[in-house]
Design a protein around this ligand. Structure first.
Ligand SMILES: *Cc1c(COP(=O)(O)O)cnc(C)c1O
Length: 459
């Protein structure tokens, strides 16, 4: 048995959680139309729906909150955040935003003209949607190993540079107002990108005079993977690695709900003064004044402290170790997952776990529903419920390559016993997996259907 390093904190405040009875869980699922988004959070025992905004803040963050300066303009909380931003990211300018997608919206509103192409290793769904909302076309150039669930490549989030250069040549650099990379690659299993690859990506964008932006929601987890897996970085501090990453870019945007361990917040940072001026105008229109950007002073304080705590090596050793522990335990029990385990989540290969359920009957949904019915655990389906869509020409259904269920780990929230419980429930499910049945949709909206769809179990 491989144990992960013990939590580098002890618990001072607790939030009770309850496992309601099997009968109550069945009732709750019926009422929810078997959609886990429609459950009351109170009826969930272990909530692994997302790692976004669900982390536990530290005593230092709570203490900082009490010092929040709620002045409309020029609040001291803003300058505390600016100090942390300078130390870690080093961009000349930044604005706070209320979430990551607000930063994306502002950047896309300013930069994108209809028909423009925006490449990345893999855009997260909000980035993808914000690009499309301005008439742009997102393009994903991640290495093809990202789709091989058993490849043990240590940097499966890497950009395929050949694909990227082809996209640039085909589109023409003048039609690419900026290019991106996402670290770690959330949409592709939380897999990291190497510093070498970030360097080469930056060089390629710059060869064509394309500004390079980093979607850096999990910059700290990615920095930790670089230190542990990439030759030449073993002796560097995580701060030095982060500094090197961002020195390569022209800007960055972040959802602070991830590695800054806050419940709400984000930012957009740039080097170019003219662009910053446009950003400020757009920010004031949509989010708020330059020194608060849609957040309260106390949120800025919590973020300033959280950005630094997220980069602490003891914390990350525990954090990444915890994810690896869950992954290792599931592999040992014969549950197939995307390997190697990523930073913030484990992705179970539901398609092969329930290989008797065909894609039109939603094997991922079947695993997610069974996890709740069996153990009160909430996960999220990332498969045909989320991504299957009719082909615009033939009308035939197009199914995604993989049927996954994501178990996202909130930061500093659950202990090893909670994870052991999750593994135990999976072991039960494995023993009776042949009894599990698929689902049929009874309602589906035209877009983003996974949030509000309703199902009925097949018998
Ligand atoms: C969460 C996330 C976003 C969007 O951030 P929100 O705060 O949810 O708006 C963008 N990119 C990545 C990679 C993310 O994980």
């Amino acid at each position: 048995m491989i144990n992960h390093p013990a939590e580098p904190f002890r618990i001072k405040m607790v939030e009770p959680i309850h496992l309601i009875s099997r009968e109550q869980r069945e009732k709750a699922m019926q009422v929810a139309g078997y959609n886990l988004f429609s459950l009351k959070a109170q009826d969930v025992y272990i909530d692994l729906l997302t790692d976004s905004g669900t982390g536990a803040m530290s005593q230092h963050q709570w203490a900082a909150i009490m010092e929040g300066d709620e002045s409309y303009a020029g609040a001291s909380s803003y300058f505390h955040l600016q100090e942390a931003m300078q130390q870690i990211f080093g961009f000349e300018y930044f604005v706070p935003t209320h979430q990551g997608r607000a930063a994306e919206n502002i950047l896309c509103a300013i930069k994108i003209k209809p028909g423009n192409i925006i490449p990345s290793n893999m855009h997260f769904d909000t980035t993808d949607a914000n690009i499309r909302a301005r008439g742009g076309i997102p393009d994903n150039c991640v290495t093809s190993e990202a789709f091989d669930i058993h490849s043990s490549n240590p940097f499966k989030g890497n950009m395929d540079l050949e694909k990227l250069e082809n996209v640039i040549k085909t589109a023409g650099a003048e039609n690419i107002p900026f290019g991106c990379i996402t670290i770690t690659n959330n949409a592709g299993g939380g897999q990291p990108v190497s510093l070498q690859n970030i360097k080469e990506t930056a060089a390629l964008y710059h060869k064509y005079n394309i500004p390079f932006f980093i979607d850096c929601c999990r910059y700290a987890e990615n920095s930790y993977f670089i230190k542990k897996r990439e030759a030449g970085y073993e002796q560097k501090s995580l701060l030095e690695i982060a500094n090197e990453i961002f020195s390569l870019a022209d800007g960055a945007f972040m959802s602070a709900k991830k590695d800054a361990i806050v419940n709400i917040g984000g930012f957009l940072a740039v080097r170019d003064q003219d662009l910053f001026q446009d950003i400020c105008n757009e920010l004031i229109l949509r989010e708020g004044f330059i020194t608060y950007g849609g957040l309260s002073g106390r949120d800025l304080e919590a973020m300033a402290v959280g950005l630094k705590e997220g980069l602490d090596e003891n914390y990350l050793t525990y954090r990444i170790g915890q994810t690896a522990y869950l992954g290792q335990q599931l592999i040992e029990k014969g549950v197939p997952i995307i390997e190697p385990p990523g930073g913030h989540a484990i992705y179970v290969d539901a398609g092969s776990f329930l290989d008797h359920i065909p894609q039109p009957e939603f094997p991922g949904q079947a695993v997610a529903a069974a996890l709740y019915l069996e153990g009160g655990i909430r996960a999220i389906e990332i498969g045909s419920v989320m991504f299957a869509h009719p082909d615009p020409y033939s009308g035939e259904m197009v199914y995604p390559k993989l049927e996954l269920v994501r178990l996202a780990l909130p930061r500093r929230v659950y202990t090893q016993s909670h994870l052991d419980y999750v593994v135990e429930i999976f072991t039960h499910l494995k023993d009776r997996r042949k009894d599990l049945r698929g689902y049929k949709l009874t309602y589906a909206p035209p877009l983003l259907r996974h949030f509000t769809a309703r199902f009925t179990p097949l018998t």
